[in-house]
Write a protein that binds this ligand. Structure first.
Ligand code: 5RP
Length: 221
């Protein structure tokens, strides 16, 4: 079993019958969705879910996990999602998969956000992973210039030779900051730039972080 799967299985143990659950995005969340699918099928677990991306929704449907429209679920009991970096205060960088906006909306409407990572994601200071910022296409060059003025060293994300477009029709600027000294301040500064939809800093949002370590142990923070 790989480390991502190990962390995912531990998180899915926290799901109880009748819960409303948010499904995250990425290769670690993939394992959580697989495990939820197994529990639904083999244990008859009864839950309702919403997904943070088209990819996760497609996977959940394939596994016959009940997915509901957002209009039918006012609030979630918990969301299980991955992260790109986690610091000792449980602040996060997310958005490596480009789903940060939907992930933040879903997380902020959940009683608990359970983050699952392998130990490579655990850092002292956020920033070595380029911080994703979601930007609307309109006048995006001006928004990029504003990010540069803030010292963020942004670069447009490219996938398969094309500008990457999020599920919301926006672009991602990956900001090579290296070391984020004041993550709560930067999170607010970025979101004050007109044209920025949101950014991948998740401050004070994670309730529990489950870290799978290479010696096979699981650290629950
Ligand atoms: C997607 C995310 C992911 O949770 C994050 O990038 C971690 O991905 P992975 O589990 O594949 O390493 O925020 O937008």
């Amino acid at each position: 079993m790989n480390l991502k799967q190990l962390a995912a299985i531990k998180a899915v143990e926290m799901i109880e019958d009748g819960m409303k659950v948010g499904l995250g995005t990425g290769s670690t969340a993939y394992w959580a969705i697989q495990e939820i699918g197994r529990r639904v099928k083999e244990e008859g677990l009864r839950i309702e879910t919403v997904a943070t991306s088209q990819a996760s929704e497609d996977l959940a449907r394939e596994l016959e996990i009940p997915i509901l429209p957002f209009s039918e679920i006012p609030h979630l009991d918990l969301t299980i999602d991955g992260a790109d970096e986690v610091d000792p205060q449980l602040n996060l960088i997310k958005g490596g998969g480009g789903a940060l906006l939907r992930e933040k909306i879903v997380a902020s409407n959940s009683d608990k956000l359970i983050i699952i990572v392998d130990e490579s994601k655990s850092v002292e200071t956020l920033g070595a992973f380029a911080l994703p910022v979601e930007v609307v296409p309109f006048a995006c060059e001006w928004t990029l210039a504003a990010l540069e003025r803030l010292g963020c060293k942004p670069e447009w994300r490219v996938k398969d030779g094309e500008q990457f477009v999020t599920d919301n029709g926006n672009y991602i600027a990956d900001c090579r900051i290296e070391r984020i000294e004041d993550a709560p301040l930067l999170e607010q500064q970025l979101n004050r730039i007109p044209g920025v939809v949101d950014n991948g800093l998740f401050i004070d949002m994670a309730s529990i972080v489950i870290v799978a370590c290479s010696d096979g142990t699981i650290d629950v923070r």
